[in-house]
Design a protein around this ligand. Structure first.
Ligand code: UD2
Ligand code: MN
Length: 532
């Protein structure tokens, strides 16, 4: 039932509940209120740390905090002056979970209900992806019925473990609001989080929008603003990455304007419900976790929609460093799901994915024909169009470069290697045994502008005497990032210092050095291209 069709007394009750919370939110006191951290001591500290291994967050700290705690309003002051239209579409908020702990799950629900104006919050759908924690059965149902007797929270249970992607599809089937909003089950909605989302979708029904994701600390549960904001990118191994807002976007926008982003993180998003189905929902051939965020991002842009982040809508999320649930069959679902994305959406560029994931080349990732048909039916644009128009900064490691591949040390079994620093913002570059093109840690490009580059990191030197080779963000464009490869001599010379990359006296796993050039064989390198 839509809110305008709700019996007056039900809407009245919801408004009363909302107003009552709003009126006392700032007066609340207790552990963790205003989003402050909870610091445990003694036995509790030890217990919290121990349980962290199972839960991947501090459940003891979380249990000390009210399920209805306040969070500080971290929005920029310019957001607070915006007046949103009165007549906004209604929202179904879908929270999917598999064996989520009680307190973060219910804190998510409470925060949504307490901070969403009742005239816009059509329903909250709790989609249980076949959890087997006892408290998520009858106890949860009783809690929900008692706490929200007006039926605003609807509980749906999957008949088998479906994984987060199919769980979201089931949640969307159960939804009847104008707009669907997906949230992870360990979030806290911020002040006025919903209005910017609904207003923006009302303006353009083909826009998928994401709130800014603030961080809830996994140990202290502190809610903290991410400060400025970034947009989403991806690595060729198909992991989501955060990146700076590009200059081309910065120039013509106000702080409060939506900002277009090539990709999304995945967990927190909203879109017009009918548009969700028109554009192909999610790929139901994807299992458990991973890949769907890039899939919906590519698909949205390539098939006529937009993806935008809203600086004035904020939702906190507990970022956990491991998964507190099982992966049935021990499958690498991120890899297999990503292969589906590469096959359906990335045209020739899928070579770059497989170059990083040789192991997936002949793996069975299931039937993709329905998704290929969908792409045809929607007459979606090419992946090249997406790169050129949506993500022109994306570095393609074998296009328009002088060389790419493995950088082998001459007369040695060593070659340049990230030493697994790949995920870091910066790291020292090392040498490691040659892996015959099977290790993504050993792939580099030499660009036309003389950078030795991987994804968005370029080689520079660091340390007091500039002798340490360090990978750092290319957009800094420092003078130290220019390297000349003398193909005859094999030397890699840093233009700024005139010094050479040197492996003398190094063993596998050591950090490579930048030393005065001496013509010796320890300064000779050659690119070995790898087949894509
Ligand atoms: C991020 C996204 C997540 C999803 C994922 C890639 C954010 C903040 N989170 O990982 O939403 O896009 O990347 O797939 O952007 N769940 C199920 N069934 C399962 C497994 C998980 O219902 O089989 C639920 C889980 O309880 C949680 C949600 O799916 O509510 C996301 O899982 P996560 O929190 O472990 O993912 P996260 O945040 O690491
Ligand atoms: Mn999550």
């Amino acid at each position: 039932m839509r809110s305008e069709e709700l019996p007056t007394h039900v809407l009245f009750m919801r408004k009363k509940r909302f107003d009552a919370y709003q009126a006392r939110e700032l007066l609340r006191t207790g552990p963790g209120e205003k989003g402050l951290p909870v610091h445990l001591e003694g036995e509790e500290k030890l217990l919290g740390e121990k349980l962290m291994q199972k839960e991947a967050f501090n459940i003891v700290a979380s249990e000390k905090i009210s399920l209805e705690r306040s969070v500080k309003d971290v929005r920029d002051h310019r957001c607070k002056d915006i007046i949103y239209p009165k007549n906004l579409p209604s929202a179904s908020v879908i929270i999917i979970y598999h064996n989520e702990a009680w307190t973060p799950l219910l804190r998510t629900v409470h925060s949504v209900i307490n901070r969403s104006p009742p005239e816009y919050l059509h329903e909250v759908i709790l989609l249980d992806d076949f959890s087997d924690r006892p408290e998520l059965g009858d106890k949860l149902r009783t809690y929900v019925e008692k706490t929200w007797p007006d039926g605003i929270v609807k509980m749906v249970r999957a008949q088998q473990r479906s994984g987060l992607i199919r769980a979201r599809i089931e949640g969307a089937k159960a939804a009847t609001g104008d707009v669907i909003v997906f949230l992870d089950s360990h979030c806290e909605a911020g002040t006025q989080w919903l209005e910017p989302i609904l207003a923006h979708i009302q303006e353009n029904r083909k826009t998928v929008v994401c709130p800014i994701i603030d961080a809830i600390n996994d140990n202290t549960l502190e809610y903290s603003s991410v400060g400025g904001y970034n947009v989403g990118g991806f690595s060729w191994s198909m992991h989501f990455t955060w990146r700076d807002v590009p200059e081309r976007e910065k120039v013509h926008r106000k702080y409060t304007d939506p900002i277009s982003s090539p990709t999304m993180a995945g967990g927190l998003l909203a879109l017009d419900r009918k548009f969700f189905w028109e554009i192909g929902a999610y790929d139901d051939g994807m299992d458990v976790w991973g890949g769907e965020n890039l899939e919906i991002s590519f698909r949205t842009w390539m098939c006529g929609g937009r993806l935008e982040f809203l600086p004035c809508s904020r939702v906190g999320h507990i970022f956990r460093s491991s998964h507190p649930y099982t992966f049935p069959g021990g499958k690498d679902t991120h890899g297999l799901n990503s292969a589906r994305v590469a096959e359906v959406w990335m045209d020739d560029y899928k070579r770059l994915f497989y170059m990083h994931r040789h192991d997936l080349k002949n793996k069975d990732f299931g039937d993709i024909s329905a998704r290929v048909d969908l792409r045809k039916k929607l007459q979606c644009k090419s992946f090249k169009w997406y790169l050129d128009n949506v993500y022109p900064e994306k570095f393609v490691l074998d296009e328009g470069v002088q060389a790419y591949g493995i950088v082998k040390a001459v007369d040695s079994s060593l070659c340049l290697d990230t030493l697994s620093g790949n995920d870091k913002m910066e790291y020292d570059l090392g040498v490691y045994y040659y892996q015959r093109g099977t290790s993504t840690n050993q792939l580099f490009s030499l660009t036309q502008t003389h950078e030795l580059r991987r994804e968005n990191l370029c080689l520079d030197s660091s340390g007091d005497d500039g002798s340490v080779a360090r990978m750092t963000l290319c957009f800094k464009k420092t003078p130290g990032m220019k390297w000349k490869h003398d193909v005859d001599q094999g030397t890699l010379i840093q233009e700024k210092s005139g010094k050479c990359l040197d492996r003398a006296d190094l063993s596998s796993g050591d950090i490579v050095k930048v030393k005065p050039c001496n013509g010796g064989s320890s300064q000779k390198w050659m690119f070995e291209s790898v087949s894509l």
